[in-house]
Design a protein around this ligand. Structure first.
Ligand SMILES: NC(=O)c1ccc[n+]([C@@H]2O[C@H](COP(=O)([O-])OP(=O)(O)OC[C@H]3O[C@@H](n4cnc5c(N)ncnc54)[C@H](OP(=O)(O)O)[C@@H]3O)[C@@H](O)[C@H]2O)c1
Length: 229
């Protein structure tokens, strides 16, 4: 009986997903302006077994041209769902994203004030009035898809918004041994970040000169960090 009551309560108030920001950075904390070790970066993803890859419109726009020309094997069964925060409807290559073989599907997040012209190319989730409401989006994604782990793929802006809302549980930095001159493209956004305690969970080094740092975000974090496999 107790268990049934707990299950009903969870269905009404789904547990927010575990949110990990995994990002490749230079020594000075930039996310652009250097050559990322993509093989190492992606080799670390099984650590979290993400249900959802959450990214921002600007991250997609930065690679839209290559995407349009990429092979399209179709959606990958069992792969994460790609969710893109795109309040302003700037992304165009939805079919290419859906069919490029990395994700099981795509879901744009929209703001209600931005109505589509004609039928949207893929189903979308409207959450928020002028801009996507990120807290509501995570809650709705958890209840609609059962997602437990969300990995954020962001150059900084989206991460920053999630940090401001205290929605990040873990920060994973793959530190590259270089300095860059890429303006204010820091992993936590352009402005000084909110003051948050971070607890170091793990450190690993890889050739050539990469350091992988995993931090649990402050006392507001909810779940225990998944173990490194
Ligand atoms: N080194 C790495 O690991 C890494 C990873 C990913 C990307 N990148 C690079 O980073 C660059 C893009 O990063 P970026 O930081 O410019 O963009 P981003 O991380 O893609 O974030 C931009 C998105 O965040 C949304 N957003 C920002 N604040 C918000 C808020 N308060 N509420 C709701 N939505 C909010 C924006 O919404 P609107 O649509 O409403 O503006 C926009 O869709 C690219 O050059 C990419 O190649 C690097």
């Amino acid at each position: 009986m107790m268990q049934m009551t707990a299950m009903r309560a969870e269905a009404r108030h789904p547990k927010p997903p575990y949110v990990v920001v995994h990002v490749a950075v230079s020594l000075d904390g930039h996310t652009t302006g250097f050559s990322v070790d993509l093989a190492r970066f992606y080799s670390l993803l099984p650590t979290w077994q993400e249900d959802i890859t959450l990214t921002g419109a600007d991250t997609i726009l930065a690679q839209e041209r290559e995407l349009a020309a990429a092979p399209r094997p179709g959606p990958a069964d069992g792969a994460p769902l790609l969710v893109v925060v795109d309040s302003r409807r700037r992304v165009r290559e939805w079919e290419a994203l859906r069919d490029c073989g990395y994700w099981s599907g795509v879901l744009p997040l929209r703001a209600a004030s931005r109505q589509p012209v004609g039928d949207p190319p893929v189903p979308e989730l409207v959450v928020g009035s002028d801009r996507v409401d990120l807290r509501q989006a995570l809650t709705q994604l958890a209840s609609r898809t059962g997602a437990r782990v969300v990995r954020v793929d962001s150059g900084g802006q989206l991460t920053r918004a999630l940090l401001d809302l205290r929605l990040v549980d873990e920060v994973s930095l793959l530190v590259h041994s270089c300095l860059t001159d890429s303006g204010s493209h820091y992993w936590f956004g352009a402005d000084p970040p909110p003051a948050l305690p971070m607890a170091l969970q793990d450190v690993e080094t890889f050739d050539p000169g990469l350091v992988w740092l995993r931090y649990r975000v402050g006392p507001l974090a909810r779940d225990s960090i998944p173990a490194v496999e």
